[in-house]
Design a binder for this molecule. Structure first.
Ligand code: ZN
Ligand code: MN
Length: 150
């Protein structure tokens, strides 16, 4: 128990420093969203995160969760995965990495076996395009959504 508390305290301290380095304040709401996201490999939506933090902060609103997520993303503490249908998911890992996305249920997973061409970042694709990051998404069917062939 003491260990968990120390760990939470350490994570909060790291969050506080990262927020302050970006001119942002540490708030309980931002901390709750950050704690929920840390170690989460499911790439949750804002709604998932809202449902997840209400246990700890019953008065938090969905709008506050959205704002906290925006702040974490702007501080480089998380990344936002936006999809063509306007939906978004959040990732505690802000480094470039590849994802797979199920076309049926929308599940998003990391694909560590697929390396991102890191040498591209900061370079140029052509004379008129400067690369800021690489987002690679592989689409298909997850195990539970794979169509049964007849
Ligand atoms: Zn699926
Ligand atoms: Mn990811």
């Amino acid at each position: 128990m003491a260990r968990t508390t120390a760990k939470t305290h350490e994570a909060d301290q790291a969050l506080r420093e990262a927020l302050e380095a970006n001119g942002q304040r540490f708030t309980e709401q931002r901390a709750a969203v950050f704690r929920y996201l840390c170690g989460n490999t499911e790439h949750p939506t804002a709604d998932d995160i809202y449902a997840g933090v209400r246990g700890a902060l019953p008065d938090i609103s969905l709008a506050t969760v959205y704002k906290a997520l925006e702040t974490l993303v702007s501080c480089g503490l998380a990344s936002k995965l936006s999809f063509g249908d306007g939906s978004a998911r959040f990732d505690p890992c802000a480094d470039d990495h590849c994802h797979s996305r199920c076309l049926v249920c929308g599940a998003v997973r990391d694909v560590p076996s697929l390396p991102v061409p890191g040498s591209m970042v900061g370079g140029r694709l052509s004379d008129d395009f400067q690369v800021q990051g690489v987002r690679l998404e592989v689409v298909g069917y997850c195990r539970s959504c794979t169509p049964v062939s007849t």
